[in-house]
Design a protein around this ligand. Structure first.
Ligand code: G6P
Length: 594
C-alpha cells in the first residue's frame, strides 16, 4: 500500500521518477506527488494516477535527486493536500506505512509551534526531521533521531534542500529496496520500479537507514553500524506480462495463466521437503484475500494426499486470538506479495514460538520469502492487476504440489495415486487454455450479470472455495454485491435472498447430484442459474440452468478451469459497467498496513 521511489542521478530526475512511480501504481493510485531538490524544492502533486504528474517539467525541476509517492489513503482524504511528499523547513518526505503515535507527536509539535498542512499521519515525519536538523543534526542523524520517536510501520525517503545531492531512506516494518550502479542510486517499495535505472538492488532490514549519493548506497543498521545486505542483479527483478491487445493487465494476466502454471510445475515437480516439514502432525494455513481462498481450495487435496489435518486461518483474525499451538504444527503461509502486514505478523508470531514456516509466495525478494524456513515458490511472474488472477491459479497448483511432496515423503499415498495426481497437474496448462476459449460465452453471461445488483455463488468442497473466490473477483472488479455459500448451507438462511431473476452461479464439483438439487431449489424460486460444470455433467444441468458453461477438465482440472472462467466473468462484468479493471476503487495489491 502506497509506493515510494527516490532517485539520485547524474541528470534531472523528475521524468524518471514518474516512470518508476508508474510501475508502483498497483500499490495505490488515489493521488501522487514528487519533489526534486536543488536549488530549493520543486514539488508537483495531483489527484489520481502517477501518469497525471505529466512528463513535461520546467526549469525548476532540474534537480538530480528526487522522491515520489503514489498513495492509498489511510489518514485523510485522497486529495492534493494529503498527497505526498510532505514538507517542513527544507525537508521533504514520502512515506509508506502507518505512524501509530502520530496524534501525540503532532500535538507536541504543534505545541512547539509547528504548523501542519495535511490530515495525514505521515506529515509528522518531516517535522520531526526538520526539528532535529534545526538542533544541528546532519541529514542521516536527523532521520535517525526522528525514527526513534515513531511507533508503527514505515518506509520513508527523505530529501533535503540544503543537501540536494542525496536521498536518505529508513525502514521499519514496511518493505523497501535500495539500488545502485549505472551512475545512479535509488530506492523503491518494489525493485521492479527501478529496472533500467540501476544495476543491482538489496532489500533493507527493519531499523536500517541508507544514504544514497551518486551511485553509492551506504547502509547502517539500527545500531548505526555499517550493514552489508544481499545485493542482487536488477535482471532478477521480474518484469510484467505485456498488456498487448488485451486492454488491461488483468486480462493479459489471465491469458498468461497456462505459461505461469508451466513455470510453477517446472519449479516444484519432484521437489522434496526437509524432514522438519515432512514430519508435520498438523498444518495451519494462514493467508488473506484470494490467497486464503487458494489455501481453502487446496486443503482437501493436501489432507487427502498426506493424511495430515490442515487448519485454515484468516491472518488478521488469527492475530487477534492467542490460539494454542498444537505440538508438531507446521505453518503454511500463502501470499502473492509476501508483504501483507497481517500475514507477516502471524509469521513472526509463529516463528517466535518455534513453529516452522513454509512460505508459498510469489515475490522472491519479499520479506516473507526472506524470513521463512522454506520457500515454496508460486512462480506466477509479476502480476500488476490489483485482483489476483494467474497468481491465484499458481498458488493453488503450488499448494497441491506441497500436498504431493508431503505424501511422497510420508508414504501416505500409493505410487499409482501419486502418478495420477502428477498427470493431472501436468495437464493443467492445457485445461486453463481450453477454459479461456470459452470467453465469448462467458462475456455474454457477464453482460447479463452486470445488469443485476447482486449475485450468489455456490459450490461444494473445493468448488465452494472456488465459488468464494469467484464472488470476491466479481465484487472487486465490478462492485456488484456478491456472496458465496457452501451449497449445503443455502437452506440454512441464504436461500431467503433468492428472488425472481437473481443470478446464482453454480460451481459444480464433487457430489454433483447434491449441487444439482441445490440448483433446482434456487431455480424453483425464480433464480437465473449459471452452471459452471464439467462437460460430462452439462446435460444434467441443462434443464435447470439458464446457462451451462461446459468446462474442460474434471477433478482438479475442473477447479482450475472454474477459476479461469470466474475471472473472465468478473472482468467482462466490470468492463460492461465501465469499471477500471486494473485499478478497482479503494483497493491496493499489497496490503502493507494492518
Ligand atoms: C489484497 C489484494 C488481493 C490479495 C490480498 C492478499 O487484498 O487485493 O488480491 O489476495 O491482498 O495479498 P497477498 O499478497 O498476501 O496474497
Amino acid at each position: 500500500m502506497c509506493g515510494i521511489v527516490g532517485l539520485v542521478n547524474g541528470h534531472a530526475v523528475a521524468g524518471d521518477l514518474v516512470t518508476a512511480l508508474g510501475r508502483l501504481e498497483y500499490r495505490g493510485y488515489d493521488s501522487a506527488g514528487l519533489a526534486v531538490a536543488g536549488p530549493g524544492f520543486a514539488v508537483r502533486k495531483v489527484v489520481g494516477r502517477p501518469a497525471a504528474l505529466g512528463a513535461e517539467f520546467d526549469a525548476s525541476f532540474t534537480g538530480r535527486a528526487g522522491i515520489a509517492h503514489t498513495r492509498w489513503a489511510t489518514h485523510g482524504r485522497p486529495d492534493a493536500r494529503n498527497a505526498h511528499p510532505h514538507l517542513c523547513d527544507g525537508v521533504a518526505v514520502v512515506h509508506n506505512g502507518i505512524i501509530e503515535n502520530h496524534a501525540a507527536l503532532r500535538a507536541s509539535l504543534v505545541a512547539e509551534g509547528h504548523a501542519f498542512a495535511s490530515d495525514t499521519d505521515s506529515e509528522v515525519i518531516p517535522h520531526l526531521i526538520a526539528a532535529a536538523r534545526a538542533r544541528g543534526a546532519a541529514p542521516v542523524a536527523a532521520v535517525q533521531e526522528a525514527c526513534a520517536a515513531l511507533h508503527g510501520a514505515y518506509a520513508i525517503a527523505v530529501l533535503f534542500e540544503d543537501a540536494p545531492d542525496r536521498v536518505v531512506v529508513a525502514r521499519q516494518g514496511s518493505p523497501v529496496t535500495v539500488a545502485r550502479g549505472a551512475g545512479a542510486s535509488a530506492v523503491a517499495s518494489d525493485p521492479a520500479a527501478l529496472a533500467g535505472f540501476c544495476a543491482e538492488y538489496a532489500a533493507l532490514e527493519d531499523g536500517d537507514i541508507a544514504e544514497l549519493r551518486g551511485a553509492e548506497v551506504r547502509i547502517a543498521d539500527r545500531n548505526g553500524r555499517v550493514a552489508s545486505r544481499d545485493w542482487q542483479s536488477m535482471e532478477a527483478a521480474e518484469v510484467a506480462a505485456e498488456m498487448g491487445a488485451f486492454g488491461s493487465n488483468t486480462r493479459a494476466e489471465i491469458a498468461a495463466t497456462p505459461a505461469a502454471l508451466r513455470r510453477t510445475n517446472a519449479a516444484l515437480a519432484g521437489r522434496t521437503l526437509p524432514a522438519q516439514v515432512a514430519a508435520a502432525e498438523r498444518l495451519v494455513m494462514v493467508a488473506c484475500g484470494s490467497s486464503l481462498y487458494a489455501a481453502s481450495t487446496a486443503r482437501a487435496w493436501i489432507e487427502q494426499l498426506s493424511g495430515v489435518p490442515c487448519d485454515l486461518e484468516v491472518a488478521s483474525e488469527y492475530r487477534t486470538r492467542a490460539a494454542p499451538i498444537v505440538r508438531g504444527t507446521v505453518a503454511v503461509l500463502v501470499s502473492q506479495s509476501g508483504e501483507t502486514a497481517d500475514t507477516l505478523a502471524v509469521q513472526a508470531h509463529l516463528r517466535a514460538r518455534g513453529v516452522p514456516v513454509v512460505a508459498v509466495v510469489n515475490v522472491p525478494h519479499s520479506q516473507m520469502a526472506r524470513t521463512a524456513d522454506l520457500v515454496w515458490p508460486t512462480s506466477a511472474g509479476r502480476e500488476l492487476g490489483v485482483a489476483a488472477t494467474k497468481s491465484f491459479s499458481c498458488q493453488l497448483l503450488a499448494l497441491v504440489r506441497f500436498g504431493l511432496a508431503l505424501a511422497q515423503a510420508r508414504g501416505s499415498a500409493t505410487p499409482a495415486a501419486l502418478a495420477a495426481v502428477e498427470a493431472e497437474l501436468t495437464a493443467l496448462p492445457g485445461v486453463c487454455a481450453a477454459a479461456e476459449r470459452l470467453e465469448p460465452q462467458l462475456a455474454a453471461i457477464a453482460r447479463r450479470v452486470a445488469s443485476a445488483n447482486e449475485a450468489i455463488f455456490i459450490g461444494r468442497g473445493p468448488a465452494a472455495s472456488i465459488a468464494a473466490e469467484g464472488a470476491l473477483k466479481l465484487k472487486e472488479l465490478s462492485y456488484i454485491r456478491a456472496d458465496a455459500y457452501a451449497a449445503g448451507e443455502l437452506k440454512h438462511g441464504p436461500i431467503a435472498l433468492i428472488h425472481d431473476r437473481s443470478p446464482v452461479i453454480v460451481c459444480g464439483g464433487v457430489n454433483d447430484d447434491k449441487t444439482l438439487s441445490n440448483a433446482e431449489e434456487v431455480r424453483a424460486r425464480g433464480a437465473q442459474v449459471i452452471a459452471l460444470v464439467e462437460q460430462a455433467a452439462a446435460a444434467r444441468f441443462a434443464p435447470v440452468a439458464h446457462d451451462v458453461v461446459a468446462l474442460p477438465g474434471s477433478g482438479l482440472g475442473l477447479v482450475f478451469a472454474q477459476a479461469v472462467a470466474l475471472q473472465l466473468l468478473a472482468v467482462h462484468a466490470a468492463e460492461a459497467l465501465h469499471c477500471d479493471v486494473d485499478r478497482p476503487r479503494n483497493l491496493a495489491k499489497s496490503v502493507t498496513v494492518e
